[in-house]
Design a binder for this molecule. Structure first.
Ligand code: AMP
Length: 453
């Protein structure tokens, strides 16, 4: 299929051509015709699938078909995003795709001076991209009026709910005209998202592309069993060679990210960290330097990295495994974009085994074990993950398991019973697992760099 078949205006097709997009991505193919028709839409797609163009192109098409008459422009499209980084990227995309249409956009988010934002708003914009908190501030101060909004987009709705924005979103929606087109995108479709969709969408068309877990198939994924105290040395060893052109390193905490940054800096590696405690300007500078290649390693927390669009990212390294398996898929989705192959390394200390299990169950495969490094954990990593949930409490929430659930499932699973029993009721104390002999059947030593379990 080609972009010409959608019936988009020549100005928009020109911008698409200038971006060298040859064919629509699957989400664009599925969503654009419905959005052009004016339908509400519930899209299950994550960042990296081309979903921004899937909504921005038809929206720009609609708005530019009826350009503003003389006088001040009204905000006719509102896009809500959970993070500043994603909001900036969406606004940039509107600028790029709308450059020949004469449509104006601006972006507002917290953590920076509101002056440049209010200056832009005073001039009037057609499309406003915003994070919920700052938007409400500006509404209260009467810098923003939403009574002329024709299209609302809620992007990364699952993350907005995770971040506690639900009440802000509802307050904003109350200020919008009842008659409007609403598009909602979410990488996952948990119950809360469905409920929100039911209340704000009218007879929506549902489109889905590559379920979050399947996206992971395109990425070569390895697990390194390494204890916490050795993680930093392993990271340095990996960065020492030239296999890793550039890497986005995920830390679970802000302090952790700072520590990694300091250690790598001391080792002479070009590195910067981004997280919620860094100013917006510092985050943007760090991101720009990483995209340019001035820094080789960007250390980030999940929230700071959400939605980052980095072309040609060679490696994602999970310094810590996330406790939500969906975050793992979001993280590794930063690499392997637009058909490029990507590589993801995950460091797994013994107390993170339950997290690894959740990830492997979600993506329905075992990560390959990388074992030709000097920092291999001496602790037995336990049996391979049973990819299908067993008849145990796990069924309640198959992707989140607690240490006790893990123990229960191990007891119920014959394959697991064959292995020596371990206690998982005190994951914070690795010494209780003992450093018994390695089970060579599960983690054979190998001269190759990695090996599948
Ligand atoms: P998104 O999911 O919107 O963050 O887009 C991810 C990346 O895909 C961005 O770098 C876009 O520029 C790029 N992209 C979007 N649509 C296409 C397309 N049809 N062909 C090639 N690249 C695209």
């Amino acid at each position: 299929m080609s972009f010409d078949q959608f019936g988009l205006s020549p100005e928009i097709l020109r911008a698409v051509k200038a971006e060298k997009y040859e064919h629509p991505t699957p989400i664009q193919e599925k969503a654009i015709p419905h959005v052009i028709e004016g339908k509400d839409l519930l899209g299950c797609a994550q960042t990296g699938t081309g979903k921004t163009a899937a909504f921005a192109l038809p929206i720009l098409n609609r708005l530019s078909a009826e350009p503003p008459k003389s006088g001040r422009r009204n905000t006719r499209c509102l896009v809500l995003s959970p993070t500043r980084e994603l909001a900036s990227q969406i606004a940039e995309s509107f600028t790029v795709y709308g450059r020949y249409t004469g449509m104006r956009n601006t972006v507002v988010f917290g953590g920076v001076s509101q002056r440049p934002q209010t200056d832009a708003l005073r001039k009037g914009v057609d499309v406003l991209v915003a994070t919920p908190g700052r938007l409400l501030d500006l509404i209260q101060q009467r810098f923003v009026l939403l009574d002329k909004v024709e299209v609302l987009v809620l992007d990364e709705a699952d993350r907005m709910l995770d971040m506690g924005f639900i009440n802000d979103i509802r307050r904003i929606i109350e200020l919008l005209p009842k008659v409007r087109q609403t598009l909602m995108f979410s990488a996952t479709m948990p119950y809360d998202i469905r409920r929100l969709a039911d209340t704000i969408l009218r007879d929506p068309v549902e489109v889905a592309v590559t379920p979050v877990a399947a996206t992971a198939d395109m990425i070569d994924q390895f697990v390194y069993y390494v204890e916490k105290s050795n993680k930093i040395d392993l990271l340095k060893e990996l960065l020492h060679g030239d296999e890793i052109k550039n890497a986005l390193v995920f830390s679970r905490t802000k302090h952790g990210a700072d520590r990694i940054e300091r250690s790598l800096e001391r080792a002479g590696i070009r590195v910067e960290a981004i997280h919620g405690d860094r100013s917006q300007n510092a985050r943007e500078r760090a991101l720009a330097a990483f995209k340019k290649g001035t820094t080789r390693v960007l250390v980030a927390t999940d929230i700071a990295a959400r939605g980052l669009d980095i072309n040609e990212l060679s490696h994602v390294i999970n310094y810590d495994l996330p406790n939500e398996p969906e975050s793992y898929v979001h993280r590794i989705g930063r690499t392997g974009r637009a058909g490029l192959t990507g590589v993801a390394f995950s460091f797994c200390a013994i107390e993170e085994r339950p997290f690894l299990q959740s990830v492997e169950r979600l993506i329905k495969k075992h990560l390959k074990v990388a074992d030709n490094h000097a920092y291999r954990s001496e602790l037995n990593p336990g049996p391979p993950t049973a990819l299908e949930p067993t008849k145990s409490k796990l069924l309640k929430n198959p992707y989140v398991i607690s240490a006790t659930d893990f123990a229960a499932s191990a007891a119920a699973d014959p394959a697991m019973n064959a292995a020596p029993r371990r206690r998982f009721d005190s994951p914070g104390k690795p010494s209780r697992y003992g450093a018994g002999p390695r089970k060579e059947t599960r983690r054979p030593s190998s001269s190759s760099s990695s090996r599948s379990r």
